[in-house]
Write a protein that binds this ligand. Structure first.
Ligand code: UDX
Length: 442
């Protein structure tokens, strides 16, 4: 099938190249000429495992094209996916201007009968608004509309697209459902659970899922604080909870708070929508509040580990991305934590395997090291913020001898406390008793 995808950001590019991999002829459109120029040369500027190969394969097979011209993409396309950004505005509401702009362009250029699919995460009701907008621009022209939210996690987005837990297809007509069934036939045929639902339901499944994940994380982070206060161990508590098949182990790792481009934004948008519709979500509001406070709490925890103050101390920070396997810094807890530590008088030397280039723009005054050991060399304190695999396999003897004082604050629980105590570190982690403190009896 010939398809168009509007927006070559994270979601659009993964969607477009995966749809090409499924056998469709896909044209991806973006107004950013530089990005399109790069993609036409096989250059993928975002770090996402597997994506560059997929783009290359699609291009070589002639099934994946990139253009700035919507007029090139729309003629002959049976469906067009809107995959543009929906950032939060200052009140937390999703800013839909890019969706509106895309819909205007599509309305003018689409063939009669085209299916317009909203892939971007949009507040409930938006897909119907897009349909109204298209009607107004092209009165009398038939078209179909669908809501098809994505559940792609950065770092594993290609796998998530090809092997989703479920496909959510929201439509109002049989014709639209049939077209989407056809587009996703390779996945549906392979046994992927597919929900055919109404448009509003599809939109809400996305927001409710991401908000529930946020609630789960804020909850487990609070339980970790409770473990610290009670002398319990969060890893064991989370394991004990996760064995309950109603809870599961996934999304139960306590840490520095959730970040990224989705959970913070989508919880805000759900709060806004629920206010507007008169069905306020107090539980989501509490999860958002707890997550906002958590970064300050982490900075205070680090200061306490430094003996009460980080003033004049050099702190090695390992990890700046909001999670491992991405170069994305959006809403990364590391940024808020580093800023707090700078405010408390610390000097920061940071390292991240992928996010340093992006970080220079956001945190211009800190030092950047070429690798983890350079960051750690001579530091008074080491803080692990992102769970990159290489930070879980550091040469700890080398770390011990190169630090000015062997104090580690591990916000991702990458190490075993008793091993760390044996090596001589003062080791602080999340929701587990600290070990190796000066007053610890051997
Ligand atoms: C999320 C959703 O998972 C995905 O379905 C949606 O489409 C986009 O938003 P993503 O933002 O890529 O994906 O990251 P995710 O892996 O979900 O992690 C979100 C945040 O939660 C990160 O900051 C991560 O470090 C944190 N997290 C996640 C934890 O602290 N503990 C966990 O157990 C899991």
């Amino acid at each position: 099938m010939k398809l168009a995808v509007v927006g070559t950001g994270y979601v659009g590019l993964v969607t477009g190249s995966c749809l090409a991999e499924l056998g469709h002829n896909v044209t991806c459109v973006d107004i950013d000429a530089t990005k399109i120029g790069e993609l036409n040369n096989g250059v993928v500027s975002i770090f996402e495992p597997g994506l560059t190969d997929l783009v290359e394969r699609g291009r070589r097979a002639g099934r994946l094209r990139f253009t700035t011209d919507l007029g090139e993409a729309m003629p002959g396309s049976s469906a067009v996916f809107i995959a543009v950004g929906t950032p939060s505005d200052s009140s937390g509401r999703a800013d839909l201007s890019q969706v509106t702009e895309a819909a205007d362009g599509i309305a003018e250029l689409m063939d009669p009968g085209t299916l317009v699919v909203v892939k971007s995460t949009v507040p409930v009701g938006t897909t119907r608004h897009v349909a109204d907008q298209i009607h107004q621009t092209r009165p009398g022209v038939d078209f179909e509309i669908g809501a098809n939210p994505e559940f792609l996690r950065q770092g594993v987005a290609v796998t998530d697209f090809m092997h989703p837990d479920r496909l959510v297809i929201g439509t109002a007509t049989e014709a639209a459902e049939e077209l989407l069934r056809h587009i996703y036939q390779p996945l549906i045929g392979a046994g992927v659970t597919t929900l055919f639902v109404g448009i509003e339901t599809a939109e809400l499944i996305k927001y409710a899922s991401n908000s529930f994940l946020a609630i789960k994380l804020s909850f487990v982070n609070e339980v970790a604080d409770l473990c610290e206060a009670a002398g319990a161990n969060i890893d064991e508590v989370a394991n004990g909870m996760g064995l309950d098949t109603r809870i599961t182990h996934r999304f139960l790792s306590a840490g520095p708070g959730f970040g990224g481009s989705c959970l913070p934004k989508d919880t805000q948008a759900l709060l806004h929508t629920s206010q507007v519709l008169g069905a306020p979500s107090r539980v989501v509001a509490a999860a958002v509040d707890a997550n906002r406070d958590r970064k300050r709490h982490m900075a205070n925890k680090i200061a306490a580990a430094a003996g009460g103050s980080v003033q004049g101390k050099t702190i090695a920070v390992l990890g700046l991305a909001f999670k491992a396997n991405t170069d994305d810094l959006r809403e990364s807890p590391a940024i808020a934590i580093v800023r707090s530590l700078i405010g408390l008088g610390a000097t920061i030397r940071a390292y991240d395997p992928e996010a340093v280039d992006n970080a220079r723009a956001v945190l211009p005054t800190i030092e950047y090291a070429a690798d983890a050991y350079e960051a750690i060399d001579g530091a008074d304190l080491l803080v692990i913020v992102t769970e990159w695999p290489e930070f879980a396999t550091l040469d700890l003897s080398r770390v011990y001898t190169s630090m000015a004082s062997p104090v580690i604050v591990d916000l991702r629980n990458l190490y075993n406390p008793s091993d760390m105590a044996e090596l001589g570190f003062a080791y602080h982690s999340i929701g587990r008793p600290p070990v190796g403190l000066p007053d610890d009896s051997p």
